[in-house]
Write a protein that binds this ligand. Structure first.
Ligand SMILES: Cc1cc2nc3c(=O)[nH]c(=O)nc-3n(C[C@H](O)[C@H](O)[C@H](O)COP(=O)(O)OP(=O)(O)OC[C@H]3O[C@@H](n4cnc5c(N)ncnc54)[C@H](O)[C@@H]3O)c2cc1C
Length: 340
């Protein structure tokens, strides 16, 4: 049996992919597995065109394609996928000039942007549209992953905290709040929670926040719009049928920053002036873990312990790819023994 510790997007993807590969697998989460950690962010953007240069890495493009392939299997609608495209707004003429050359996206001049976004935007330098992007309702996705894994015999242990591990000759013993369990291999997917049994000293926690506004407050004209890109400028702005989400990172120790919500509201309103009239109905704040290179990784920590870690701001974009990497590594390590 393979024990996965942590049921955020990393753990849920690992559960699904390992169960599909024929491994006997069990997931432990100290919450309810579909709402804990950074993965509880209500909606997540799928956009490989990240950073100031917006030049996608091969890993981010591959992650996106893996995500789309997994959706095809799970059922896109059931898994909460909204293929609305991702629109990035340039914040200077220099940025616009560089972005105009990007392959794989469509450049949109300032005067056309309002029509494409179906919003009165303040975007004098134009932007680009990545048509294969969009956003996912994260709870629906994780529920779909867990249901698919369970249909293949995977087990879910919720409300169970793993507090230590002991290595044995042919496996590991997990000490949990509900007694001891034995596994051949353990996989740590504990997000920004550092565990003494899976030390990750080079990871840092990066705070992120999302403000949620009720769409009803805008009136029916906005609600009726059909195809709407998710926007990314200095903040990200996602419109679901019921809500508007404005999100952003405010790094490092600013986790407790009291002004984060005000900064996000101002950034969203600068892009879309209509937002200034609304007040957020709720907010979500969490820490995600980042590696020094900012690249998520799958790592063998010790002989019987693997870790999927450092997903930072790309958790949903990269989790399927990381889970496939993990499955390949475990196949090499265990061969058919893992599937007994
Ligand atoms: C505000 C915000 C916006 C974001 N936007 C995006 C986005 O648009 N697109 C995108 O791709 N990514 C986005 N991300 C990043 C993404 O959410 C994270 O990278 C991802 O959720 C990390 O997933 P994880 O599974 O590694 O960790 P987590 O989601 O933190 O899950 C870890 C789980 O492990 C459990 N756990 C920890 N220790 C134990 C233990 N000892 N025993 C049992 N259970 C344990 C925790 O309770 C938790 O459920 C955003 C993050 C934030 C905070």
């Amino acid at each position: 049996m393979i024990a996965i510790v942590g049921g955020g997007i990393a753990g849920a993807c690992a559960l699904h992919v390992l169960a599909r590969a024929g491994f006997e697998v069990e997931l432990y989460d100290d919450g309810d597995a579909v709402s804990g950690g950074a993965s509880g962010v209500p909606v997540a953007l799928l956009n490989p065109y990240r950073g100031k240069r917006a030049l996608p890495s091969a890993e981010d493009l591959a992650g996106h394609e893996r995500f789309l392939a997994a959706l095809a299997e799970l059922g896109a609608e059931r898994a909460g996928w909204h293929a609305v495209g991702v629109l990035r707004i340039a914040d200077s003429a220099e940025r616009a000039a560089a972005w105009r050359e990007l392959p794989g996206v469509r450049w949109i001049a300032s005067e056309e942007l309002t029509a494409v976004a179906a919003l009165e935007l303040r975007a004098p330098h134009g932007g680009f549209l990545f048509e294969r992007g969009g956003f996912v309702e994260t709870r629906a996705l994780r529920e779909a992953l867990i249901a698919a894994a369970r249909s293949r015999g995977a087990a879910l242990r919720v409300g169970v905290r793993v507090h230590s591990l002991a290595y044995e000759a042919d496996g590991v013993r997990l000490h949990t709040t509900q007694g001891e369990r034995r596994a051949r291999i353990a996989v740590s997917c504990t997000g920004a929670v550092s565990s003494p049994w899976a030390p990750r000293d080079d990871l840092r926690g990066v705070a992120g926040e999302v403000l949620c506004y009720s769409r009803a407050a805008l009136g029916p004209a906005h609600v009726a719009l059909a195809r709407e890109p998710a926007l990314v400028a200095r903040c990200l702005l996602i419109r679901t049928p019921q809500e508007i989400h404005v999100g952003g990172a405010h790094g490092g120790d600013r986790a407790e920053a009291q002004d984060a919500a005000a900064l996000l509201h101002a950034a969203g309103s600068a892009l879309w002036p209509a937002l200034a009239q609304l007040a957020p109905a709720s907010s979500f704040r969490a820490l995600r873990a980042a590696t020094p290179s900012n690249q998520p990784r799958v790592r063998r920590v010790a002989e019987r312990l693997w870790s999927v870690e450092g997903l930072a701001g790309r958790g949903y974009l990269r989790a399927f790819d990381l889970a496939e990497q993990l499955a390949s590594a475990l196949r090499r390590e265990l061969g058919d023994r893992g599937r007994e």
